[in-house]
Write a protein that binds this ligand. Structure first.
Ligand SMILES: [Fe+2]
Ligand SMILES: [Fe+2]
Length: 451
């Protein structure tokens, strides 16, 4: 740690106090110094002379004047001296404060030279260059690291300008974002989208530092390809299952008819007692039938069709044809309507459907009865309704209702068959409809409670 200033310091020659101006000038020239000390050997210098003061004396008095170094020496003040052991920051501070005046350096309590401003500037420039190189190297390392990470990282301003981004983030943004408005929407978290890159990789994003007071925000793109592909595979599997079920439909005209009937999503309006249309489900009744068939398949898998009184073919036929004669009003999203006025009562399409099923498709009586009374409560059934059909009637009414929830409210239905009893849990985004149902197909015992 000692002698930190050695590189920035230069020793100065000494002339005796009685040396003339010529000797002083020669000493300066011989030693290539603009400043020299005045004093006796092995003693502390009594002062210093600069090149400028020599010139001044020569001009004012001429070279024959009897002027000695001691006459023109300027004394060295103690606050103009710095120890060679001081650090660079102290030296620079002192140099700045002294505004061009010489700063002398002492070693072992003796002044032997001066700090060279040129050397200090050179040293500072070198340090600056080294620091800059270090920063460039660190940034390079960070860039390389960010480019290796399976993350896209971008630093953007509130105005949507990209300040910095790694390779992956640049690619994703180039392929997906067409304007700075997109970027602003992302920062405000108003942008719901999965980004695609290279045609086969999918990314979701997160924003950090998007608060109003922050000037910049960081967007992190995370690879969601595996998750996305899994959802896609499930979607494909679902479509395949639905296609397989659709093949069970006996007639192209039936398929076309079912697909032509819409279903509506709605919500109850407290103030008016009416319902507000919130969505139109294209192919609604077709989807409803498919969803019933799925529930039938689930019950079949759980062994329900082994139960005396249950018959798979009867239920499938009733499912396919039960709503074939349904008619729906033409409504649009936002319409506020009284359902009793605009929707036809259910039993009417049930009766018409049963008649068409019997007359055109020659269905058996059991199918006919299930279709005809699928909008009747059990206690409303006519006296001639065969008792042996009640288990299937109860089951069909149950799955018809469950499918309506699945189709119109996106409900999630879990059904558990236990001999003659069926337990159902239905959940959706509409908590009002969340319920647990338990029914005994033989006794008709029915329990329904809100979840
Ligand atoms: Fe119906
Ligand atoms: Fe139905």
């Amino acid at each position: 740690m000692k002698k930190k200033l050695m590189d920035l310091y230069k020793t100065l020659p000494l002339v005796p106090p009685d040396a003339g101006l010529r000797e002083v000038a020669e000493t300066m020239l011989n030693n290539k110094r603009n400043l020299i000390f005045v004093g006796k050997e092995s003693e502390e210098p009594q002062g210093y002379i600069t090149c400028m003061s020599v010139l001044r004396e020569l001009i004012n008095r001429g070279d024959r004047a009897k002027v000695t170094a001691g006459d023109i020496a300027v004394s060295i003040e103690t606050n103009n001296i710095i120890e060679l052991t001081k650090d660079m920051d102290t030296v620079v501070n002192l140099l700045c404060k002294r505004m061009g005046l010489p700063l002398f350096a002492s070693e072992n309590d003796r002044v032997t030279g001066m700090v060279s401003p040129e050397e200090v500037i050179g040293k500072l420039a070198k340090l600056h260059k080294e620091e800059r190189q270090k920063r460039v190297n660190v940034e390079q390392i960070i860039d390389n690291m960010f480019n290796i990470l399976p993350l896209g990282i971008a630093l953007v301003t509130k105005d949507g300008e990209i300040k910095r981004a790694n390779k992956l983030a640049k690619e994703i943004m180039k392929e997906n974002l067409t304007s700075s408005d997109d970027m602003k929407a992302i920062i405000r978290n108003n942008y719901q989208k999965i980004f695609v890159s290279g045609g086969e990789s999918y990314y979701r994003f997160f924003v950090t530092g998007g608060d109003l007071q922050d000037e910049e925000a960081m967007i992190i793109f995370v690879d969601a390809t595996a998750e996305y592909n899994l959802v896609k595979r499930l979607e494909n599997a679902r479509e395949e299952a639905e296609t397989a079920l659709a093949i069970m439909l006996p007639d192209h005209r039936i398929e076309m008819r079912l697909k032509s009937i819409v279903e509506y999503m709605d919500e109850y309006d407290d103030e008016t007692g009416k319902i507000k249309i919130t969505g139109v489900i294209k192919n609604g009744v077709y989807k409803h039938v498919i969803n019933i068939l799925k529930l039938v398949a689930d019950a079949f898998k759980q062994g329900l069709m082994e139960l005396p009184g249950m018959d798979k073919n009867t239920i499938v036929s009733a499912t396919v044809l039960h709503d074939i004669a349904k008619v729906q009003p033409t409504l649009k999203v936002g319409d506020l309507v009284n359902p009793k006025e605009v929707f036809e009562q259910g039993y009417l399409h049930a009766f018409r459907g049963a008649s068409i099923a019997k007359g055109m498709y020659n269905v058996k009586d059991n199918v006919y009865y299930l279709i005809k009374y699928h909008h009747h409560d059990e206690k409303e059934l006519p006296n001639d309704f065969p008792d042996f059909l009640l288990p299937m009637f109860r089951f069909f009414r149950l799955i018809d209702g469950l499918s309506a929830g699945i189709t119109r409210r996106g409900s999630n239905v879990k059904m558990k068959v236990n001999d003659t009893r069926i337990c159902v849990a239905e959940k959706s985004n509409f908590p009002l409809y969340n319920r647990r149902v338990e029914i005994d197909l033989y006794s008709g015992e029915y329990i329904s409670e809100r979840l």
